[in-house]
Design a protein around this ligand. Sequence first.
Ligand code: SAM
Length: 264
Amino acid sequence: MSIPGLPPPIKRLGQNFLIDPNIVRKIVALAELGPGDHVLEIGPGRGILAEALSQVAGHVTAIELDPRLHAYLKTRQAELPNVELVCADALAYPVEQLPAGTIVVANLPYYISTPLLFRLLDQRGRFPRMVLMLQSEVADRLVAKPGGSDYGVLSVMAQYAADITKSFRVSAQCFRPRPEVASAVVLLRAKEDGRLSQEAEVAFRALVKAAFAHRRKTLINSLRDEGYELSRITEALQRLEIIPTRRAETLSVEDFLRLASAFG
Ligand code: SAM
């Protein structure tokens, strides 16, 4: 059903709008915002979250890809005086130009939630806290511990960068139109930078990806298949006393860090 004045939702842009003010309140409370805070919202949509954020934060940068929704929000600019409405693709927007200390609060478009997460985590020195609505399945992968099928590249890289809590689940009934997948809100607190140099972090990420590239294979075979030299792998695993027949999903984030530095 369309609402007069509002453009109808476009499914491929992940347009599932929150309609439950209680969930909006819970999201905003989790972000612990004050009048001195700068907030980044990705995908303000029809503005339900942007409006609540504008009431507690000092400034909100709200990036919306859909020009129809951007134009609609512009008509409400008087109600949102401290919200800077930007019409852009959040994946291309220069988030590195936002002030350090910016808090990210968003009900993300699910079709690009993983690349957006990586982009935000890459800039974690700038974003101390992020409160994000995601597919519940992605939230599970973010907090997964070694040993299970949810644990993978996203878990290792996100847990290396942040302390993550799956805060609460959100029923499909809280959106219009209703999403086909379950949703959850996660809180990410960025860890201090500096455990790895930029160059070492690139090598760490490449190693984690290679280790998980063939999930069913042993660590040694997966790494070899991804171009790592067998003698170097064997030597590094031996030095770290990691049994070579283990699979990537059994290694902790610390194990991967030790392995990356043994290769370095
Ligand atoms: N914040 C609103 C709410 O909670 O009701 C809308 C959330 S809806 C799940 C996701 C929003 O992200 C939509 O408004 C969609 O148009 C927008 N969007 C989709 N792709 C985007 C992109 N690449 N950059 C910025 N916004 C995007």
